[in-house]
Design a protein around this ligand. Structure first.
Ligand code: ADP
Length: 294
């Protein structure tokens, strides 16, 4: 008789057909490369209290586009970001990201409005950026040297390497936005959704921000940003989506920002003034909550 004992193997549990499998984290979804990056088909969202936030929205976005979402307060901009990020399900219609429902895509980086983030949470800049790696790591694996290198490189790209060990609450508004972009880079995100990232940022901070966005363009990241600044939307983005619950217009600034469309979107909240330089829109809505620096 040989001294070696055969290892007894535990019999594998057989799952009965139809058993629900709960995973700790979802497997990345395979992209259908021939499909648009984002496609919305007749999407409507009604909140539980009955508020209709989006009605029958359809559009597609292509890889590497930089698109601004504009419209008055309450137009459904945040709701739009949430359905694309897969945080909210549409009441009707469908959202596809590279040909699949948005849930489980680790290629989407969603940055909510700054006011919705708890900045007192005791984490460092590097920790926040490392959170972008969770989808690649899985929840139970520790970051390896390569992951920390990616975090460092992402921070370098947004000019924040020196602040890696700072608490996030100690950063300026512009720096906080750049940390989120670094997190998207570390995540190797292909879609970046940012809800009002310019709110409260001064002009120099906005310039720094756009330089960082140019880096994302080099990587063909598709960027969707909501903003209240129509001038900025017209000058710095490839296309615009003008929203007021319904999609009023989508396309290049010249096609979208017409008097007819603006009145349809902003209604009584704007006055159109005819001047020697053309038509000027004066809005009575204001969005800035004090200025922040880069
Ligand atoms: P925007 O970002 O353009 O200001 P939102 O998407 O935040 O617009 O809101 C669109 C509409 O949906 C508004 O009328 C808002 O009051 C309503 N709304 C937003 N979030 C909720 C919610 N969680 N529950 C109920 N109604 C909501």
């Amino acid at each position: 008789m040989s001294g070696r004992r055969k290892k007894s193997r535990k019999p594998r549990k057989r799952r009965s057909p139809g058993t629900k499998v709960t995973r700790l984290f979802q497997r990345p979804v395979q992209h259908q490369e021939a499909e648009p990056v984002i496609r919305l088909t007749h999407v409507s969202v009604h909140y539980n209290n009955g508020t209709p936030a989006l009605e029958d929205i359809s559009f597609t976005l292509q890889r590497g586009e930089r698109v601004a979402v504009v419209g008055p307060n309450g137009a459904g901009k945040s709701t739009l970001f949430k359905v694309i990020a897969g945080i909210l399900s549409p009441t009707s219609g469908r959202v596809d990201v590279y040909g699949h429902a948005p849930h489980g895509h680790i290629c989407i980086a969603y940055v909510p409005q700054r006011s919705q983030v708890d900045w007192s949470f005791p984490v460092t800049v590097a920790d926040v950026v490392m959170m972008g790696r969770v989808g690649k790591l899985g929840l139970l694996r520790w970051p390896r040297r390569r992951d920390w290198e990616i975090v460092r490189e992402s921070l370098r790209l947004v000019g924040m390497e020196e602040l890696a060990s700072r608490q996030i609450g100690e950063l300026s508004g512009g720096q906080q936005q750049r940390v989120f972009i670094a997190r998207a880079l570390a995540q190797e995100a292909e879609i970046l959704l940012m809800d009002e990232p310019f709110a409260g940022l001064d002009m120099p901070s906005q310039e720094v921000f756009f330089r960082v966005l140019d880096r994302l363009r080099e990587r063909e990241v598709t960027v969707l940003i909501s903003t209240h600044d129509l001038n900025q939307a017209a000058g710095r983005f490839d296309r615009l989506i003008l929203l007021n619950r319904r999609l009023i217009a989508m396309g290049r600034a010249k096609e979208v920002l017409t008097q007819e469309h603006l009145l349809a979107a902003y209604g009584g909240r704007v006055t159109m003034l005819d001047t020697d330089d053309g038509t000027v829109m004066v809005s009575d809505t204001c969005c800035s909550r004090g200025m922040d620096h880069a």
